[in-house]
Design a protein around this ligand. Sequence first.
Ligand code: ADP
Ligand code: MG
Length: 725
Amino acid sequence: MATGMSRDLPAADKPRKDKGSVLAARLARLGIVRDVDLALHLPLRYEDYTTRVPLAQLHAGMSVCAEGVVTASEVRYRPRRQWVCAIESDDEKGIGAALTLRFFTFYPNQQKALTLGARVRVFGEVREGHFGLEMVHPKFMVLSAANQREIPREAPRDVSLPNRLTPIYPTTAGLSQEVLTKQIARVLQHEAVLRDDLPEAVCRQEDLWDWSRALRFLHAPPPQLSEEEQITLSAHTHPAWQRIKFDELLAQQLSLKRHKAARASRRAEALKPRGVLTEALLQRLPFALTMAQQRVWKEISDDLARTMPMHRLLQGDVGSGKTVVAALAALRAVENGRQAALMAPTEILAEQHYNKLSAWLEGLPVRLVWLTGALTSAQHKKTLAMLADGEPAFAIGTHALFQKEVAMPNLALAIVDEQHRFGVTQRLALRDKAASAEEVHQLMMSATPIPRTLAMSFYADLDVSVIDTLPPGRTPVTTRLVNQTRRAEIIAHVGRRCAEGAQAYWVCPLIEESEKLSLQAAQTLYEELMATFDGSHETADGAPLPKLNVGLLHGRMKPADKTAMMEAFVRGDIHILVATTVIEVGVDVPNASIMVIEHAERFGLAQLHQLRGRVGRGSRQSQCILLFETPLGALAKARLKVIFENNDGFEIARQDLRIRGPGELLGARQSGVPLLRFADPERDEALLERASRVADRLLKTKEGETAAVKLIDRWLGDKAEFFKA
Ligand code: ADP
Ligand code: MG
């Protein structure tokens, strides 16, 4: 039956790429899918075409609407093809005043419209040209054609000017301002788009504009704004902007807080203090926990004792001692007869954890299991069997831990070190190792401190613990910025220090575009330093350079070779370790006191801070030498200034946030998810605090909950899911 009918279908009903679907595709490129997305596509700026400025009163820099009669129109070919018109005032007062219009791309029908004698209205920015004032690519509108000149001058002026400021929207190829403006104006008629999702009482209490008022204002502000209003409008602090940003932050808070609340109804095993293993570890440690470590351990310990699954982020600057806290948490699981897993982002780091914990736990009844991609297949099989039997164990490893074939049926706690280096899916995979319907407690650790505002905004579903002091006995690292031209001096200096027993890391330039080039750079640097320190060279002023052992460590080496090299460095057999950024995270060699970074201008702030954190761990006075090459770009200059002036990881992260925005600091958590579009947690801190409070209040009542669902849908739509990971 269906086939018989299809023949009779009118052409319009057959699927084809019609005007509507082309438009939809272009809008989708801007992330606009629903009507409300159009309403939330807010202008970048405005142009004022509400009044006409006489040609005689124009001056450079004004964005205006002006009118005149076309007195010249010609296409020129020097210096490049362009169409140049002139319009002149025909007003008695302004006789002789003129404006040049210049078009570098143009169409025949435009030329036809602007013929000599036509009266036109033009819109655009006035600038100073070679031959007086001009507009480049102005918008224009023909008021009367040449042959209608007899029409009284007043008549064309009836073509009314807009009575609102003209919005300029962000757009994409093939989508004109006019079309976008029309589409937006259309949805601004819709009840559903204008509906205020915020309960009226909240609006009043928080002294917020109505939703529809704010939207209408931003899409079409009235002319003659006060100077203050103009300023607040472009700074996005105007009450209309405040309302939009408030709702955006509120939707985010609501989504995260609801997720957190949902966690409370799920169950994990309550891991009660049994005192056996955790106490034993505390007694064996060669040091006492700092106050900060004790505090965070208590927070974690309390979480673990509950049946609500823990989702806690443990933050602490590089070297603040997070590993021991992780070990305590893992032992809490083991002393409860369960399994725990600690996942690290690199082989070297996983191995260091394993070695350190083996030493700490030696003789204690804990099955420590080591799992990385570097195991032989026989070892691998044996290890998997050990985990699969469900006996209490503490597994330490790399990404290998979350491979499909790994089963930990008795897993109660998953710990992820340097969590920002992992993707959401990887963390979830580890969590899902547990066989039971019960959930796994999760502890995420990060040495990239997240500023308070950012944590409050994007991690509102997590609990956060912070280790805010370093263990005692650390010596501050002095940082030097040294121009590449003085590299020979640095080589001599590092040579001298190493001859006295110091050890140094020498980090190769980062070559983002190519791993091959990175390796070449590492190899070249390694060979250069080996040759320099072979005992037969001297400095430019004749001082002998010592004979030193130089090693090379990079990501492409076989795991066994990496381990051997790292061990030689730990033993002190290697003086200078040339390394790519594989040493960036976690590595702990207290005797290393010099960090040289080549082309420091290419590194990000977090990376520089992490690298610098590799030294200053022993009693020796430590140094971080940042070699840079001039000329420096503005961004590189800003970063080097920050790293030179600051030691505190939180302050550095704050500055980093200011320099490059939140995207990278958040790492994989936000991949594929739009960050906040309008609000900025740092700049809009006060609004964020209010949104957080209002969110708590709303979630307490039934109507509030209903409002929350609507707000989340309006702002996040189907993206709300992403926040749940
Ligand atoms: P991070 O937080 O960067 O992971 P680590 O856990 O690697 O730091 O600790 C850095 C170093 O400090 C390690 O050598 C560790 O043994 C040591 N350490 C940790 N806690 C203390 C403490 N309370 N007192 C002295 N040293 C400590
Ligand atoms: Mg660490």
